[in-house]
Design a protein around this ligand. Structure first.
Ligand code: NAP
Length: 254
């Protein structure tokens, strides 16, 4: 039996990287997927691929900073597929990089809104829909940065992603009795457009890979498999966690 048979899932950041890999994997495991991001052409290609593989998906383009977008994702899950069981709130940005003294207030706010306020907006609409189904699984993509490692120039990113872990814990205790599990997923370096924007020279790529115990970065599919686990009943007793899937970047000192 497929891990997500008869489930309905929202996946944000589905146009690229980890979100795209997760949307494909969730659909292959039987979920009906509401795929979201700003770039509609990329989403349309993804939906086409899922349908060609025998799955079901619909694309909704929008910005995770927009409250109406969060509402419309849940409305689409209800209207097209009858409800909501899983939300992989994965869209994110590195945002404006630089030392705290250099980062602009607008840059700071944009990163916090994209990575953290978006999670609040998502949960606000996703939780009631999951309650109607008697439970569900919310997953937020955080990172090891700001949790197990400080990285220079990433203040807004680290603060926003660490904030997701606090939000995860509060949501988990608020909604555990309703059967809703809430977990944060903490990838290490991952080979996506975002990852490649950091590892943007052969020297930086080697440096980033060397930070990990496995001496490489992850493929998006490796991270998607961890998201699938958190989404599935295999993780039925997991809630409130900050789950590292980081190739040992958090413990590596060599
Ligand atoms: P990616 O390939 O660049 O994908 C980022 C996704 O987020 C895209 O689909 C993008 O879609 C979407 N997005 C960004 N801003 C958005 C906005 N304002 N509204 C709606 N969608 C937005 O990067 P990725 O590595 O897969 O990143 C996925 C998540 O993993 C992020 O939360 C990231 O922080 C986290 N992460 C990544 C790494 C890494 O090394 N790659 C490590 C740890 C954690 P559109 O451009 O179409 O809107």
């Amino acid at each position: 039996m497929s891990a997500l048979a008869d489930k309905v899932a929202i996946v944000t950041g589905a146009s690229s990287g980890i979100g795209r890999a997760a949307a494909l994997l969730f659909a292959a495991e039987g979920a009906k997927v509401v795929a979201a991001s700003r770039r509609k052409p990329e989403l349309d290609l993804l939906v086409k691929e899922i349908v060609e593989q025998g799955g079901r998906a619909v694309a909704v383009a929008g910005d995770v900073k927009d409250p109406a977008h969060a509402e419309s994702l849940v409305a689409t899950a209800r209207e097209q597929f009858g409800g909501l069981d899983i939300a992989f709130n994965n869209a994110g940005t590195l945002g404006e990089m630089g030392s705290v003294a250099e980062v602009s207030l607008d840059g700071w706010r944009d990163t916090l809104e994209t990575n953290l306020t978006s999670a609040y907006l998502g949960a606000k609409h996703q939780i009631p829909a999951m309650s109607e189904r008697g439970g569900g699984s919310l997953i937020f993509t955080s990172t090891f940065v700001g949790h197990t490692a400080g990285m220079p120039g990433m203040a807004a990113y680290a603060a926003s992603k660490a904030g997701l872990i606090g939000l995860t814990q509060v949501l988990a205790v608020e909604h555990g009795a309703a059967g809703i599990r809430v977990n944060a997923l903490l990838p290490g370096g991952t080979d996506t457009p975002m990852g490649r924007s950091v590892a943007n020279t052969p020297e930086m790529k080697a440096f980033v890979e060397g930070l990990h115990a496995l001496k490489r970065t992850a493929s998006p599919e490796e991270i998607a498999r961890a998201a699938l686990y958190l989404a599935s009943d295999g993780a039925s007793f997991m809630t409130g966690t900050a789950m590292l899937i980081d190739g040992g970047v958090s413990i590596c000192r060599t």
